[in-house]
Design a binder for this molecule. Structure first.
Ligand code: SF4
Ligand code: SF4
Length: 292
């Protein structure tokens, strides 16, 4: 089973549009939405049935046992994150501000505080018209998205193995931070989707640097290349000079907006200009991964 991650230097470059279309072009995939801070692959793949949901615990938070607490206030004075307030005659932990540093636990004279596992979000196994989709959501204010991505990757892999799937299509987290690297760690191939702007060029270079350090094989797709042909040519030349596979360029296509409004992958619009280019990109990736 091969794993392909579709990533981008930043959000909004067309990564999910390409991920959803590749999910339809590959015959026997599992879909994995690892863009947990802005998960929207499910909007295009329209899951019809929730098969299972799972709790995701990330980090720990302080909890006060009011049977033991004497209201001395030492914990509030010690907390460097201002996560403890005095409200309605008692000290309370603000779970959004608590970093789980444990200082209050260690300094409470009554041993009234302990750290507890924090329910940071959920992930789901859903049935979509194209097969199983694994996706997740972090609770508001949570920052442990790299851990949730790792859980989604693990679940996608076990589902793929059980169902004897050929490929996992991962809609990765954008950028080069922890969720992004968690999306691509150990994949067989990554596709960086970029756009022809100077900031897009800069983000592409950072993403390339990261993938090289991680020793992940990758290629590049330039989306909406015709919106700035001059920057697009510079991107192409740079890829050529760096010996990077240019998998394809996709022109600007009004129908992508229509497809998004209608919550369908653009590949289902046979007469759209971008679906033609995406098919050619799919063929190149199939050639690279499966020699076909
Ligand atoms: S340090 Fe312990 S005893 Fe004092 S207010 Fe905080 S929890 Fe209560
Ligand atoms: S664990 Fe650390 S951050 Fe959380 S309340 Fe205690 S001292 Fe503050």
């Amino acid at each position: 089973m091969k794993q392909i991650a579709i990533i981008s230097g930043k959000g909004g470059t067309g990564k999910t549009t390409l991920s959803a279309s590749l999910s339809y072009l590959f015959q026997n995939p599992v879909m994995s939405d690892c863009d947990v801070d802005a998960s929207n692959l499910h909007l295009l793949l329209s899951p019809v049935e929730l098969k299972q949901n799972y709790e995701y615990y990330g980090g720990k938070k302080a909890e006060i046992d009011y049977e033991k607490c004497t209201n001395c206030g030492i914990c509030k004075d010690k907390c460097r994150f201002e996560a403890i307030d005095f409200q309605q005659d008692k000290y309370v932990i603000n779970e959004y501000a608590c970093e789980g540093c444990k200082l209050c636990v260690l300094t409470c004279p009554e041993k009234a505080i302990k750290l507890v596992e924090n329910l940071a979000g959920y992930y789901y196994e859903s049935k979509s018209p194209k097969g199983v989709l694994v996706h997740g959501d972090l609770n508001p204010g949570e920052e442990t998205s790299g851990g949730l991505v790792a859980e989604i990757r693990k679940k996608s892999f076990s589902v793929g193995e059980n169902l004897k799937k050929d490929v996992i299509i991962i809609d990765g987290a954008p950028g080069i931070g922890c969720p992004a690297t968690s999306s691509v760690a150990g994949v067989n191939y990554a596709i960086i989707v970029t756009e022809p702007t100077l900031s897009g060029f800069h983000d592409l270079q950072r993403a390339v640097e990261t993938l090289k350090k991680m020793r992940v094989k990758f290629g590049v797709v330039i989306n909406k290349f015709d919106l700035n042909e001059s920057v697009s040519s510079s991107l192409e030349e740079w890829c050529f000079s760096e010996n990077i596979d240019l998998l394809g360029k996709i022109p600007f296509d009004e129908m992508v907006n229509l497809a998004t409004r209608e919550a369908k992958p653009i590949i289902l619009y046979e007469d759209s200009i971008s679906s033609k280019y995406i098919k050619s990109i799919y063929q190149k990736i199939s050639q690279i991964l499966f020699n076909k």
